[in-house]
Design a protein around this ligand. Structure first.
Ligand SMILES: *[C@@H]1O[C@H](CO)[C@@H](O)[C@H](O)[C@H]1NC(C)=O
Ligand SMILES: *[C@@H]1O[C@H](CO)[C@@H](O)[C@H](O)[C@H]1NC(C)=O
Ligand SMILES: *[C@@H]1O[C@H](CO)[C@@H](O)[C@H](O)[C@H]1NC(C)=O
Ligand SMILES: *[C@@H]1O[C@H](CO)[C@@H](O)[C@H](O)[C@H]1NC(C)=O
Ligand SMILES: *[C@@H]1O[C@H](CO)[C@@H](O)[C@H](O)[C@H]1NC(C)=O
Ligand SMILES: *[C@@H]1O[C@H](CO)[C@@H](O)[C@H](O)[C@H]1NC(C)=O
Ligand SMILES: [Cu+2]
Length: 540
């Protein structure tokens, strides 16, 4: 295990472990990077280095990240999968919970570690994390459910030669020819890529059992992972420990994590190939492709490589709804139903957008959390947050069911901030009952769900975390194109229990963003300067 930062002992104890403050000082700055050895470009690193350091914490710790923005663009840090219960303002979601850290300024995120498992930290300013501002965040419990000898992060990433802002502009161009001009990513494993097997190898010692923490931190596309001649046993998904499930391969969408146990062979005379393939599926109108990537599982530098012409890895993936969580929790019921249809279309601004229910998301000027805190009883009116943020107001402790119907040609990974949800049904949009999968008594819980094309998923959560939480597609560019909405959970509770950190309001003021009022910073429902739309050219 890597130790990062300075550990200070405090007197608070959590379970059997002595809780600490893990303090990290991060200067976020540009660095020149060349992950595959062939494509040097500007990236975003921390304290002059890239990749950023892995972060390890223990249950009960407080993770303190003092972030200073030395870029020429706004930034933020989001701890993906952490509930931020009582600390909504440290969720890092620009436009929802903060104004972002402007260049030259700083923000101190102070995060209670109440969950264990595999998470990650990333910028939540549009697609900015694809420039390199992302890192694994591993939270260790006092005692693991499963025994293993070594812990190894396998961070998978479809990486682009081009900067994120440039790709955002291309995809939001009003010219179709520009939008569909193809670009493809290449695979990085733990921030290294290219054809040199030494750079991306995983080292195994005979007889040892490894916990591989697979995570997909791409901008787009699905990743699949498998090792020749080695089975994997899934034991954790998005922070939920699960009953062991044997598989030959794993498929992960952006934002998803899974831990698998792999027991090494007893002899070191053979090395093996692992696969980490990307399915590109970002651009409408551009042929989708599988971009194969091979890496090395090395037992010994002198062992011979077993590379059969016929692969032993079978790509028939199990369904996450079939996983059984170790902690048995009853799912919530249904008090509020939120049906969401997902489509891509051309809008009346001549751009291509993605949307829930034909309402494409545009970031508000004033973060929705600021609006919830400063509009009194009107915080219960969706309109004060602005039409374009797609606000959905939830009552305290309401049981919510979201049904996501994907009518698009792409698969989308949907991520809920502030919660895990229970997966209760998966099915086909044509309602073919033979394609329907129902959860068992204790449904699987996770924070990011993949919904394949022409299928639907039904998930539930209880509104027990007052705050403003985004629910968005985690393919960076689809989020930028508008596939997002805002849950405003228990507005009165937020208002009477939350005090914004002064640094947060200061960072708003530095950007001339009002720190009270509706989405425009005005009083009540005065939103005349904020026209609704854009709307799809057909169908609204
Ligand atoms: C943080 O930024 C503010 C201005 O935004 C500045 O006044 C303050 O000195 C900075 N603090 C640190 C520790 O960098
Ligand atoms: C990561 O997720 C993206 C989008 O969901 C997907 O296209 C890609 O294949 C995934 N990569 C891996 C290695 O699972
Ligand atoms: C493994 O074999 C395949 C063909 O069977 C070949 O295309 C590939 O390059 C080989 N990989 C390595 C790492 O040698
Ligand atoms: C947030 O904290 C409250 C009070 O301790 C608790 O009832 C609730 O279950 C928590 N919610 C989440 C999502 O952790
Ligand atoms: C906060 O508001 C909620 C909802 O109106 C109310 O139930 C609760 O008692 C209030 N708490 C405090 C500390 O005022
Ligand atoms: C969205 O637009 C499509 C046509 O593009 C239409 O079929 C569908 O019913 C609309 N959905 C909603 C929720 O308005
Ligand atoms: Cu996220």
């Amino acid at each position: 295990m890597k130790l990062t930062g300075v550990y200070l002992l405090s007197f608070a104890a959590f379970g059997s472990v002595l809780a600490k403050r893990v303090h990290l000082d991060w200067n976020i700055e540009y660095v020149q990077i060349n992950p595959d050895g062939e494509n040097s470009r500007r990236g975003i690193g921390i304290n002059g280095k890239w990749p950023p350091p892995e972060v390890h914490v223990n249950l009960g710790d407080t993770l303190v990240i003092h972030a200073t923005n030395r870029l020429q663009e706004v930034t933020s840090l989001h701890t993906h999968g952490f509930f931020q219960n009582g600390t909504n303002y440290y969720d890092g979601a620009i436009g929802a919970t903060e104004c972002g850290i402007p260049p030259g300024s700083n923000f101190t995120y102070e995060i209670n570690v109440v969950q264990t498992g595999t998470y990650w930290i990333h910028s939540h300013n549009k697609a900015q994390w694809l420039d390199g501002l992302r890192t694994p965040l591993i939270s260790h419990p006092p005692k693991e459910v499963y025994k293993y000898d070594e812990d190894m992060v396998v961070m998978l990433e479809a990486f682009y030669h081009r900067e994120a802002a440039e790709i955002e502009d291309q995809l939001l161009s009003t010219s179709e020819a520009t939008r569909v001009s193809p670009f493809h990513p290449y695979m990085l494993v733990n921030s290294a890529g290219g054809s040199d097997l030494q750079k991306t190898k995983l080292k195994f010692t005979p007889g040892k059992t490894y916990r591989l923490r697979l995570m997909n931190v791409s901008g787009t596309g699905m990743v699949r992972f498998g090792i020749e001649d080695h089975d994997m046993r899934v034991i954790e998904v998005d922070g939920t420990d699960v009953e062991e499930k044997v598989t030959s391969s794993m498929q992960l969408s952006v934002g998803q994590r899974a831990s698998v146990l792999v027991t090494a062979k007893s002899r070191a005379d053979t090395n093996y190939i692992y696969h980490a393939d990307i399915f590109t599926d970002i651009q409408a109108g551009v042929a989708r492709a599988t971009l194969p990537f091979e890496g090395l599982v090395e037992y010994s530098p002198t062992a011979h490589l077993k590379n059969a012409s016929v692969s032993t890895v079978s790509w028939d993936f199990f369904q996450d709804i079939d996983l059984v969580p170790i902690d048995k929790v009853d799912p919530p019921g249904v008090q509020k139903w939120v049906p969401l249809e997902v489509r891509t279309s051309i809008y009346d601004d001549q751009r291509e957008h993605l949307a829930y229910n034909n309402r494409t998301f545009v970031r508000p000027k004033v973060p929705s959390l600021v609006t919830a805190l400063t509009t009194g009883y009107q915080a219960y009116y969706p309109d004060v947050y602005g039409f374009k943020t797609y606000p959905v107001i939830l009552d305290t402790h309401e049981d919510v069911e979201i049904a996501i119907f994907n009518y698009d040609v792409n698969s989308h990974p949907f991520h809920l901030h502030g919660h895990q949800f229970f997966i209760v049904i998966r099915g086909a949009t044509n309602k073919d009952p033979t394609k329907r999968l129902l959860a068992g008594k204790y449904p699987m819980r996770r924070d990011t769900i993949t919904v394949p094309p022409l299928s639907y998923a039904v998930v539930r959560f209880r509104a027990d975390n007052p705050g403003v939480w985004l629910f968005h597609c985690h393919m960076a560019y689809h989020d930028v194109q508008g596939l997002s909405l805002t849950f405003i959970e228990a507005p009165y509770m937020i208002a009477n229990s939350t005090k914004l950190p002064p640094q947060l309001t200061n960072n708003c003021k530095l950007q001339d963003i009002p720190v009270s009022g509706n989405a425009l910073g005005k009083i009540g429902l005065d939103l005349a300067d904020d026209p609704r739309g854009p709307f799809p050219l057909t169908g609204f």
